[in-house]
Design a protein around this ligand. Structure first.
Ligand code: PMP
Length: 291
């Protein structure tokens, strides 16, 4: 049954009834930005960080958001309260809005805000337990001097093509390299590996999104006194890692079982387990304390 709801034009409606214009430049050109936010215990998780990234992304593409941050918080609260479950996933979209057929953004007079709440199952529960099979995709991530990875824009086409490669190979997720052959991230998640007890992740400057979960994991690593390094990684580093895992709002934390058919030594490994326990505890502490 369709449980999804949507805030659109000041009104909460079932997803099945929500309509936007076919002339929206978000649809015609991917001209817009977005966020994915989870809520637990009826409380959006790390909402302030997500809204800050949304507003920064909007500013970076020259899109004025007519809704102040506090109004966005209020709209999100309305949507969470109206959703039938205490847990779910929000998608906040801000597009350039309805315009003419041509690409010129000046034809768009008013941005469009859409806030969707629904369930999200990114990956089967047994895969979360046993580990996801990853491949390194032939499709490369957009270069950082083409589209700054800090902008969370609606342009996900090469991520989709990378995911199609994973589907075709019978794997669960694809890793995108940058034009120089360095590891960046998954199609909708950041990537970590563990080698000899040290946590490692590619720098944002190599082409990864500045993930909010990624930052939380680095903060948790500090709290647990786990050594970590942010540095460029090659496929070799993935193939020879002890552990590897993915992080993201939708993904939460997913251990990798193999990469291009090469099994990881430990899955889920001790570092993953420690961080996953800390992550869960953090969610419970932060979200329960606000209810
Ligand atoms: N990389 C990409 C390409 C993503 O779409 C996402 C999901 N937002 C992430 C990484 C993870 O970021 P976050 O932890 O902020 O959700």
């Amino acid at each position: 049954m369709d449980k999804g709801i949507c805030w659109l034009e000041g009104r909460i409606q079932p997803l099945s009834e929500a309509r936007i214009s076919v002339m929206d430049h978000g649809l015609l050109y991917g001209d817009g930005v977005f966020e994915g936010v989870r809520f637990y215990h009826d409380t959006p998780f790390m909402l302030e960080e997500h809204l800050q990234r949304l507003l920064d992304s909007a500013r970076a593409i020259g899109l004025d958001c007519p809704w102040p941050q506090q109004t966005l918080v209020d709209i999100v609260a309305q949507v969470v309260a109206a959703f039938s479950d205490t847990e779910g996933y929000l998608r906040i979209l801000l597009t350039r809005g309805k315009g003419a057929l041509g690409i010129d953004p000046r034809s768009c007079s008013r941005p469009q805000l859409i806030v969707i709440a629904d369930r999200l199952q990114m990956i089967a529960p047994e895969v979360r337990q046993q580990g996801a099979d990853l491949i390194i995709a032939a499709t490369r991530r957009l270069p950082v001097d083409g589209l700054d990875p800090r902008i969370k824009s609606l342009n996900y086409l090469n991520h989709i093509m990378a995911r199609m490669e994973a589907n075709h190979a019978g794997a669960h997720e694809a890793i995108l390299l940058n034009a120089q052959g360095k590891v960046t991230e998954g199609t909708a998640d950041n990537l970590f590996l563990v080698k000899n007890g040290t946590l490692q992740t590619p720098p944002v400057t190599d082409g990864a999104l500045a993930g909010i979960t990624r930052q939380l994991i680095l903060d948790l690593a500090d709290r647990e006194n786990l050594p970590w390094r942010e540095h460029s990684l090659a496929p070799y580093d993935l193939y020879t890692a002890d552990e590897c895992f993915l992080t993201g709002t939708g993904a939460e934390l997913i251990p990798a079982g193999s990469i291009d058919g090469r099994p990881l030594t430990q899955c889920p490994g001790p570092v993953f387990r420690k961080l996953a326990a800390g992550f869960r505890k953090h969610i419970d502490t932060v979200c329960r304390s606000r209810t």
